[in-house]
Design a protein around this ligand. Sequence first.
Ligand SMILES: Nc1ncnc2c1ncn2[C@@H]1O[C@H](COP(=O)(O)OP(=O)(O)OP(=O)(O)O)[C@@H](O)[C@H]1O
Ligand SMILES: Nc1ncnc2c1ncn2[C@@H]1O[C@H](COP(=O)(O)OP(=O)(O)OP(=O)(O)O)[C@@H](O)[C@H]1O
Length: 537
Amino acid sequence: MKKRLPNQIPAVQKQPALIRTENLSFDYEKKQSEPLINDVSFSLEEGEVTLLTGASGSGKSTISLCLNGLYPEAVEGYAEGTVYYRGEDISRFEKGVLNQKIGIVFQDPESQFCMVTVENELAFTMENLKVPRKVMAERMDAVLEVTGLTEVKYRAIHELSGGQKQKVALASVLLMEPELLILDEPTANLDPVSSLEFIQLVTKLQQERKMAVLVIEHQLDDWMPYIHRVLALNKHGKLIADGPRDNVFTEYKETLTEEGIHLPKAIQKNTQKLGGQTPQFLEPALSISNLSFKRKDRTILEDLTMTLHKGEFVAVAGENGAGKSTLLQLMAGILSPHKGTITFQDAPLKKWREEELRKHMGFVFQNPEHQFITDTVYDELSFGMKLNGTPEEEMKEKVTELLGHFQLEGHRWNNPFSLSGGQKRRLSVATMLDETPDVLLFDEPTFGQDAKTTDELMSIVLDLKAKGTTIVFVTHDMDLIDQYCETVFVLDKGNLAFSGTPEQLWDKESLLKQARLRLPYRVRQLKEEGDVYDLVR
Ligand SMILES: Nc1ncnc2c1ncn2[C@@H]1O[C@H](COP(=O)(O)OP(=O)(O)OP(=O)(O)O)[C@@H](O)[C@H]1O
Ligand SMILES: Nc1ncnc2c1ncn2[C@@H]1O[C@H](COP(=O)(O)OP(=O)(O)OP(=O)(O)O)[C@@H](O)[C@H]1O
């Protein structure tokens, strides 16, 4: 007799997700109030590119460090809920096993290195992975080639530019051939062309290796074509959106905007150029003439001549390693030129007394941590005021005002080093704004900022500019240059390759290409270039 078939075909056993968090809560210490990461459940699937977005300080980096079991252990934090790797509770894995399957490129690449030179760093990674010696050299050369680092193989990492360091961190993680690659603001320090190439490189490898990628990023546009899913955190550590890319950005548009999260420019309205005609600047603030600078025998900057005026908003752009940060440090008197002169307000810079110079000129380092000198956010903000003998009450008021402007309330007594990447950057900027300086030099001031904090920062900077402060931004953000700057200096391998208005620069196609810059989104749209991403609405 024939057996009767059951009415229902048993469901095919679904593979467990690559990563699944269930009711994950985390905080750096147990509190009475709601935890920083608050009861979050989501999955990351094999081969998928997921964007994790959220306001600065919402806990994105923190969550990513919970996914490979580094947290809570490494910080003695408090955690609840479970993280699964392919269906298995990650707390059951032996130490170090998950680090290879889940590779993280940290927000601050410097925190990741153990060795002095690029070659030794990559060899060290391979030794840990027990890569046979005879294939090491080949693998190293391949990863250097793919990340564009061949030329700096034998260089000391601390002597590389910010962007070059970021590529070393990626190369090191790629050697592990991870199943999940977590990228925490990976392109923040890359020049515009390197940034696009980096994204294309990662997504190509992702497709070839069927790797899952979790990217934490505020600047979304270049990632948009490659993102499958979006997760969004709110300021209270709750997951407020989880779904396919286009659904999240259209359905949750209002919520994301309220949270201060950047939207893709394809659905933003305000990508127009601000301001009208470029004003005429007459009064010089800082004049540089025939400046050259060397490190050991290498010429870093060669024969630069430029004038910055009172109230002018200047951008310094150029590819990674072009010499932008070096130029800024020379302008600030932190480095001294080998040849040429810098004149600040009618006197040679080297004649200025250090104390006087610091009152008139503010400087924000590329790495905010290089700037912190005290143990609390409050002390950091009041440091300059104390030196100037500002009365206690006035100082308190001013600090409270700065904390409010820079979304740092609630962190007054925190250690500056425990802040999120974006918070550190805001604090480093805020410390320079206790008075109205004559010149403000910023090295990448807006990197790592969400939409709300970027707007707030720019409005403070514009207020200072209106009072006559000369603003100098070293930046890779072409949209920011387009929107706000009046003059752009382009450095190309240590030479001044262009000085003029942004509009003039956008017409110089071959120069842009040579200096590894790109047109801003607005101009790309006008020229209808192919790489402007259109969101399905
Ligand atoms: N401390 C140092 N010792 C030796 N060389 C250095 C040092 N700092 C920077 N350099 C080198 O000087 C050159 C210019 O570096 P700089 O940091 O000014 O470039 P940048 O244009 O600001 O780059 P990025 O956009 O990547 O930050 C690079 O080739 C870099 O490797
Ligand atoms: N080691 C630490 N000890 C105590 N608090 C910390 C520590 N690291 C981060 N925090 C706090 O946790 C919160 C979340 O930080 P996290 O770096 O995860 O945010 P984020 O969303 O990645 O921010 P950003 O976009 O600015 O990088 C912040 O308020 C930060 O001050």
